[in-house]
Design a protein around this ligand. Structure first.
Ligand code: AMP
Length: 434
């Protein structure tokens, strides 16, 4: 438990993050004391709150572990300038930077746009957003470097050369009501219903909301798209639990996944589709997912390594399904190693090789790659695999070997002390035989 002094310091810090103005805090402290400070001195429109920030993550596996059983949303992380736009009851607008500096004079165009895109019933708001350089002719986001060429002071509307689009992601205040204590799901609902999107001027941050593994796989693909669209990566935010806005905090409830530290096992693997599952919903009529295998040279068998359904365009899925339909066999081959409970709808003759990238490798009771290398009854499998391309230049026996999978696992997943010992053993034997 904190001492009263520590408790008091926490309160002052918390209040300062919401209203960083000592001229307001000190008189309130002197008149009402520290314990009542959150009541006597609270959020007020026109005064910037400290920005909520995101913690870095190493990758998708960490996100899944942290946000298990939690509903979350993944948003594009735009590369521009953080802005807090305050629109007051009297129609005045103030724009504040991440450091609570007034940037209103730098962005007269944003002042005009913000007033225009609010719906008529909106009388006041505080919007949390990213201002991003934008090419309106090509309808394209521009890199941060272009934004930084904009003049800083006394900007005249008619002389603006670099246009800016507001990408809104949070609403902290609306029509006289503070929203900081509301969960993100509610704040976002208010945001969506209070503004009208205007392409190139005001857009809502692109987001997908999911707690479903399949969709998270798609979100990995989304990350690639986000990065291509001149975004830095993604920000993943809790929606319904522990999802209040935490001013001036690098919160655990916002995680950032930048391209640079997106986890990937580095190398891609070449794998063979040996079975498939019929598609459902949008994928009716084609296969929805495929069972992939690596090749074990010493045992002369194909060992299952993962199920894949991500990374396919519609056309590609159609193409692969048509091609593999001619390779359907009534029963799995004797040299296929798989767990009995996998139960695909159809089996194929080993014929194609697909290049696949994954986020991580894990020990699995369901898949059989390099079975026995880590655990007598478990194999190694890929987490979040996605298709890169079909390798027409390779035959199934040229697929990645289970030996390669084993080495990748020991080198890339030294999660535990046990694995570090195993890794040292592999290096020791490699030296011995060299
Ligand atoms: P960083 O500066 O790397 O700590 O990342 C946090 C910054 O990302 C924020 O201060 C924002 O300026 C920016 N950002 C871009 N897109 C978003 C978004 N969708 N949600 C929150 N912050 C964002």
């Amino acid at each position: 438990m904190d001492s009263p002094l520590e408790e008091a310091a926490k309160i002052v810090k918390q209040v300062y993050s919401v209203i960083p103005v000592y001229d307001k805090i000190v008189p309130a402290l002197l008149s009402g004391g520290v314990w009542d400070l959150p009541k006597t001195c609270c959020f007020s429109p026109g005064v910037p709150v400290g920005p909520m920030l995101a913690k870095p993550t190493k990758g998708v596996s960490e996100i899944l572990d942290k946000f298990q059983n939690t509903e979350f949303t993944c948003e594009y992380k735009y590369d521009g300038e953080r802005a807090q736009i305050h629109y007051l009851e009297d129609g005045t607008v103030q724009i504040y930077s991440r450091n609570a500096e007034r940037h209103t004079e730098k962005f007269p165009d944003v002042v005009v746009a913000a007033s225009r895109v609010k719906k008529p019933n909106v009388t006041s708001f505080v919007l949390d957003c990213e201002l991003v350089a934008y090419d309106r002719k090509k309808q394209k986001i521009l890199p941060f470097q272009i934004l930084s060429t904009r003049a800083r002071k006394n900007v005249v509307m008619s002389e603006i050369k670099v246009d800016v689009c507001i990408y809104a992601f949070d609403l902290l205040y609306l029509n006289g009501q503070q929203l900081l204590q509301e969960q993100l799901i509610t704040r976002r609902e208010r945001l969506y219903e209070s503004f009208m999107e205007e392409p190139g001027y005001f857009q809502l941050a692109t987001a997908i909301t999911s707690n479903d593994l399949e969709e998270i796989q798609t979100f990995l693909v989304l990350l690639d798209t986000a990065v291509n669209a001149s975004c830095e990566g993604l920000i993943i935010k809790t929606l319904t639990r522990d999802a209040t806005h935490e001013p001036a905090k690098r919160s655990n409830n916002w995680l950032k996944l930048k391209k640079d530290y997106m986890d990937s096992i580095g190398d891609s693997l070449d794998l063979v589709p040996i079975a498939a599952f019929h598609g459902r919903g949008k994928r009716v009529g084609v296969y929805g997912a495929f069972l992939l295998a690596c090749y074990d040279n010493s045992k002369d068998e194909y060992q299952t390594i993962c199920k894949i359904g991500t990374g396919f365009s519609e056309a590609m899925l159609e193409e692969r399904s048509t091609s593999l339909r001619s390779k359907v066999i009534p029963m799995p081959k004797s040299y296929y190693r798989y767990a009995d409970f996998v139960n695909p709808d159809v089996w194929f003759e080993a014929s194609e090789v697909w290049e696949v990238k994954a986020a991580d490798l894990t020990i699995s009771p369901v898949y059989c790659a390099a079975i026995g290398a880590v655990d007598p009854n478990k194999g190694i499998s890929l987490r979040f695999p996605r298709l890169l391309r079909v390798r027409d230049d390779k035959g199934p026996e040229d697929a990645s070997s289970s030996e390669m999978v084993r080495i990748l696992f020991f080198f890339l997943v030294p999660h535990s002390l046990k694995n570090i010992f195993r890794l040292l053993k592999v290096i020791f034997f490699a030296f011995l035989f060299y």
